[in-house]
Design a protein around this ligand. Structure first.
Ligand code: GDP
Ligand code: MG
Length: 149
């Protein structure tokens, strides 16, 4: 099973979408193995979005992601990285496929409600940035035999 890093961004928290968004992932069958609310320090935000540091939107992006609390989580499941990316939809909510989280809840690329790692390598890096090993919980779910063949 694969793990991915997911974050409900400050706009998702402010708009009272935390429960709805977590429910999407839970109902899908993804397993929550780490979950916390936090305020992202600026240096962590800059590391997390390091690949974008030369883009014109980098400053506003770091301002946005540090502007209020976020809900960070680690989800586990079959092909969790690509599954979450599919569920989130395209970066621009107006271009995201109908039914995806960003299409359902967002209007603007700079307020797109949710983050999910874009590759297994990014997932490993982001999980390590945001969670210590003790914060990730190993447990069995009895329902897994009804989710996976
Ligand atoms: P993601 O992997 O789908 O989140 O997209 P990217 O890695 O390309 O960009 C990271 C985040 O930066 C996005 O989720 C947006 O919040 C933001 N972002 C990306 N492109 C733009 C842009 O052109 N303008 C603005 N304002 N924000 C952007
Ligand atoms: Mg990205």
């Amino acid at each position: 099973m694969e793990r991915t890093f997911v974050m409900i961004k400050p706009d998702g928290v402010q708009r009272n979408l935390v429960g709805n968004i977590i429910a999407c992932f839970e109902k899908k069958g993804l397993k929550i193995v780490g979950l916390k609310m936090m305020r992202i320090p600026r240096d962590l935000a800059e590391k997390h979005y390091g690949e974008h540091k030369d883009k014109p939107f980098f400053g506003p992006l770091v301002d946005y992601i540090t502007s209020g609390p976020v809900v960070a989580m680690v989800l586990e499941g079959k092909d969790a990285v690509s599954t979450v990316r599919e569920m989130m939809g395209a970066t621009n909510p107006l271009k995201a496929a109908p039914g995806t989280i960003r299409a359902t809840y967002g209007m603007d690329i700079g307020r797109n409600v949710v983050h999910g790692s874009d590759s297994p390598a990014s997932a490993g890096r982001e999980i390590n940035l945001f969670f210590s090993p003790e914060e990730l919980v190993d447990y069995q779910r009895d329902v897994d035999r009804w989710i996976y063949e």
